[in-house]
Design a protein around this ligand. Structure first.
Ligand SMILES: O=C(O)CCC(=O)C(=O)O
Ligand SMILES: [Fe+2]
Length: 213
C-alpha cells in the first residue's frame, strides 16, 4: 500500500472502533485501477445515467466488520467522501450481507444480497443515494477468517490528498471522537449521560447570553 497507509488495528483494538467495525482511509494503491475502470465502464454501458464514465480514484475507504452488525442509513456526503461527481466503486468481501438503498428517509427500500466479490457502483444521480447494510450472514465467508466482512470503497477525492494521517476520526469529528472514547472506556450509559450534560450546559449558556443582551 502506498503513502497514507493506516493501521486497522492499534494496540490490539480496531482503529476508529464503532460497533465492531474498524475503518481506515488511505491514499489509493494502484493494483485495483484496472478493476475499477472496468466496473465503471460496464455500469456506464448498461446505464447511460452513469456520468462521468471515469473513476480516477485517489482514496480507498476500508471498512472491516468484525461483528455481524452492519451500518445504518446514511448518504456518502461527508467531508471525506470527496466532493467529486466521479462514481464510487464499493467492493464487498467476506461474509454475505443485505445492502439496502432508498431515495429518501420515507421511500421504500430496495435490498440486494451481496456475496463476497460483488461490487456496487454509486454514480450519476445515485452517487449520494441513501444506503445501509441491514444484515450480515454468519458462516458465509468463503475467504476464511471467520465471520467478518470487508468493504472497500474507491473514491475520487483529490482535495483530501495529504490529509489521510489526520483522518482517523475525520469523518466523525471531535465530538464523536470524544463520544466513542468515552463509550469504549466507560460504557454507553456514561457516554450518553455526558452528551446530555453537555447539551444542557450549552442550552444554559445560550439562555444566559440571550438574557444578558
Ligand atoms: O459496508 C458497506 O458495504 C457499506 C459501507 C458504507 O456505506 C460506507 O463506507 O460509507
Ligand atoms: Fe456509505
Amino acid at each position: 500500500m502506498a503513502r497514507g497507509q493506516r493501521e486497522w488495528m492499534v494496540n490490539g483494538q480496531l482503529n476508529a472502533w464503532r460497533q465492531g467495525r474498524g475503518r481506515a482511509y488511505v491514499a489509493t494503491f494502484a493494483p485495483l485501477d484496472a478493476l475499477c475502470e472496468e466496473l465503471v465502464a460496464i455500469a456506464a454501458d448498461r446505464e447511460p445515467g452513469v456520468a462521468p464514465r471515469r473513476l480516477r480514484h485517489t482514496h480507498v475507504l476500508l471498512l472491516y466488520y468484525q461483528k455481524l452488525k452492519g451500518i445504518g442509513w446514511h448518504r456518502d456526503d461527508g467531508p471525506n467522501d470527496g466532493a467529486s461527481d466521479e462514481p464510487v466503486v464499493s467492493l464487498s468481501l467476506g461474509c454475505e450481507c443485505d445492502f439496502a438503498i432508498k431515495d429518501s428517509q420515507r421511500s421504500i427500500e430496495t435490498t440486494v444480497r451481496l456475496r463476497s466479490g460483488d461490487a456496487i457502483l454509486f454514480g450519476g444521480p445515485s452517487k449520494r443515494i441513501m444506503h445501509a447494510v441491514t444484515a450480515i450472514y454468519p458462516g458465509t465467508n468463503p475467504l476464511g477468517g471467520g465471520d467478518c466482512r470487508l468493504n472497500l470503497t474507491f473514491r475520487h477525492a483529490p482535495e483530501l490528498c495529504g490529509l489521510e494521517r489526520t483522518d482517523r476520526f475525520f469523518h466523525f469529528g471531535a465530538v464523536t471522537r470524544r463520544y466513542l472514547h468515552t463509550e469504549r472506556t466507560r460504557g454507553t450509559d456514561v457516554a450518553r449521560a455526558e452528551v446530555m450534560a453537555r447539551r444542557l450546559a450549552r442550552q444554559k449558556k445560550k439562555t444566559s447570553s440571550s438574557i444578558e443582551t
